[in-house]
Ligand binder design. Structure first.
Ligand SMILES: Cc1cc2nc3c(=O)[nH]c(=O)nc-3n(C[C@H](O)[C@H](O)[C@H](O)COP(=O)(O)OP(=O)(O)OC[C@H]3O[C@@H](n4cnc5c(N)ncnc54)[C@H](O)[C@@H]3O)c2cc1C
Ligand code: FES
Length: 279
């Protein structure tokens, strides 16, 4: 059966209650009221950008970093936004009090183990954003949670102080050595799988990083749940721009929409070498 849009998806007008620069990113806190209760780690949102007269017709997708129930504002969600192109720069320039047109929540969620196993969270760049909310849920489930964050340089590492509370250990890797250890976030994974008896790896970041992790877990018992960030035009399952080649248990390959059947996918089933190619 074909998957459908997240059944809780709602289009709302939501007010920004916080906008703070963190390194090269902006941390936006947005009041979404009771919808915060149905947002799960892995879900994303699609935001209208540019204001009423905007020619930017496509909504922009952003992972929900965390949701919380704030005594002043009620239900809020946090987004970590990189000022990249016109739309995300517009979003980062919005002040407290600005009202956004948002569809929330979209996509599927990370699967949470039913028993308390050891898990490894791996984030690249702003891909670490949804992992902190996930860490809180896994921690509450009794899992041992270790985290690796990587980026090209220090300003692209997003690692809030409060996020560290839910993790057993946090190691940072930068490719220029400006923060943490010099190297790639994928470097220690094979050793950690052995040393910590890792059952599940949760990852979010650039596609090349997700593909590299899948290569490491191939042939092992480790489950790799990755949140893919394929370009999305509509975000609601109509345009097919976000499709990825994914094999089922019999090896049959389908082009699955990462906005509907994702963004969380089983890394073992994605045909990484064929992503972006006609198959
Ligand atoms: C699931 C998901 C989660 C994300 N989470 C975050 C996050 O937490 N933080 C963050 O900073 N960024 C995140 N991104 C990336 C973010 O959506 C882009 O940075 C943003 O869309 C760029 O918009 P722009 O206007 O700044 O850039 P522009 O380049 O001006 O516009 C990009 C627009 O064109 C569309 N587009 C580009 N290429 C294609 C293509 N090949 N096919 C179809 N449409 C295309 C994009 O989807 C977007 O709507 C996420 C993306 C996805 C898909
Ligand atoms: S973005 Fe249009 S179908 Fe996924």
């Amino acid at each position: 059966m074909m998957a459908e849009i997240n059944r809780n998806a709602t289009q709302i007008n939501a007010t920004i209650v916080g906008n703070k620069r963190v390194g090269q990113y902006h941390q936006l806190i947005i009041n979404i009221g009771e919808i915060s209760n149905v947002c799960k780690p892995g879900n994303f949102v699609a935001i209208n950008v540019g204001g009423e007269t905007s020619k930017m017709i496509l909504r922009r997708a952003f992972a929900i970093s965390r949701v919380s129930n704030n005594s002043t504002f009620g239900g809020t969600m946090e987004l970590i936004v990189a000022p990249f192109g016109q739309g995300s720069r517009w979003l980062c320039s919005q002040s407290e009090g600005a009202v956004l047109d948002i569809v929330v929540p979209l996509g599927n969620a990370f699967g949470i183990p039913t028993t308390p196993v050891a898990v490894l969270l791996v984030g690249g760049g702003y891909g670490s954003a949804p992992l902190f909310g996930l860490a809180e849920v896994l921690n509450a489930r009794g899992c041992r949670v270790d985290m690796l964050l990587g980026a090209s340089t220090a300003g692209k590492i997003y690692a809030p102080m409060e996020g560290k509370r839910s993790v057993n250990s946090l190691r940072i890797f930068t490719e220029d050595g400006s923060m943490g250890q010099l190297g790639r976030v994928t470097d220690p994974i094979a050793t950690l799988i052995e040393d910590l008896n890792i059952a599940v790896i949760y990852s979010c970041g650039p596609m090349a990083m997700l593909a590299a992790i899948s290569e490491i877990t191939q042939g092992t018992d480790v489950v790799h749940q990755c949140a893919v960030e394929e370009s999305m035009a509509c975000g609601i399952g109509i345009c097919m721009t976000c499709v990825l080649p994914v094999a089922d248990e019999l090896g049959a390959v389908s082009m699955l929409r990462s906005c509907i059947e994702g963004p969380v996918m089983d890394g073992a089933n994605v045909l990484w070498k064929r992503v972006g190619k006609v198959i």
